[in-house]
Design a protein around this ligand. Sequence first.
Ligand code: NAD
Length: 366
Amino acid sequence: MRPFVYNALPARVVFGIGTIGQVADEVRRLGCRRALILSTPQQQSDAERLAAQIGDLAVGVFAGAVMHTPVEITEQAMGRLRDLGADCTIALGGGSTIGLGKAIALRSDLPQIAIPTTYAGSEATPILGETEQGRKTTQRSLKVLPEVIVYDVDLTLTLPPALTATSGMNAMAHAVEALYAQDANPVTSLLAEQALAVLAEALPRIVQSPGDRAARADALYGAWACGTCLGSVGMALHHKLCHVLGGSFNLPHAETHTVMLPHATAFNAASAPEAMAGIARALGTADAAQGLFDLAGKLAAPRSLRELGMPGDRLDEAADIAAMSPYWNPRPIERDAIRALLQDAYDGRRPDPALYPTTATETVNV
Ligand code: NAD
């Protein structure tokens, strides 16, 4: 056993089917009486249904959450929060809505209940990404970690198959990078491998049959486990590349993670053989990167940056930005190798293990 440091995050998790019925109790348990419910415009009717359900404990709905947590939207929500005298927030939705709840918590220090309806995992992390004048910045603070997460499997039944596939692969990216994280530890490594196995098994079942409650429950559990990994250990090249592609080229979040994951995994394979063995074991495949690429294919998810609208003549620029600021990765970041990786991802090429040989004698650089 290697030496390690493990920081557990304080959060209460309520997981099950029909748990939305417990939200009123959770509000009271926090000592609150005036909740502001947050959602995207698309999920406004769900937020209003929740408001009606918890009755006097809800003071209003703010249905303006959008992707990348723009500061202007947070300021509008803060205005509404003050006008209504809210004493807590309830974020009902995916990473965008939960991001808004976190941005409000950063400014107000009010407690939050997160009710996730995608697999992005933001609810389990003390990380907040915000956008101001087109620039996305990320910070870590326990202030933004939701006090309570209520997972209700039924709320995920409406997540369309395409979003289920990409959101699920987005979750898996957290687990993949947790396995070779600089600060990997036995708790997150166990969770990560189990989460990969559960999601790899559940996602194809859901894409076939979106109403399959058992598969939905497995996937939501896997998403929580992946989010817990993301919240506990540092991420590396894959997340950095997705940040660059989303932030500077406006590519969609979950889809970009889906396309990039097999290529980032292949890039790191030779430097993280133990992690690769864990990923391959979880997927039931011989090769980690190919297993992820094939899973995306099975889910009919996008597998090339070209499909996502990335301009082919800007791959050099993306490689430059990704190689510019130093960050930890099991394999050193070299600009030309990143450029080659981006080309593979752009073309949607199946990662070729011959190009990234792994040997049992290599040591993991953690
Ligand atoms: P999202 O929250 O933007 O949701 C995408 C769309 O799907 C929205 O229109 C939403 O209303 C809809 N939707 C969500 N759940 C649904 C359901 N069950 N049924 C029908 N429609 C549903 O997408 P996302 O991928 O969950 O979140 C992406 C955002 O989260 C990005 O901004 C990303 O940076 C952030 N994120 C942050 C962290 C973190 O730790 N800070 C982690 C992961 C993602």
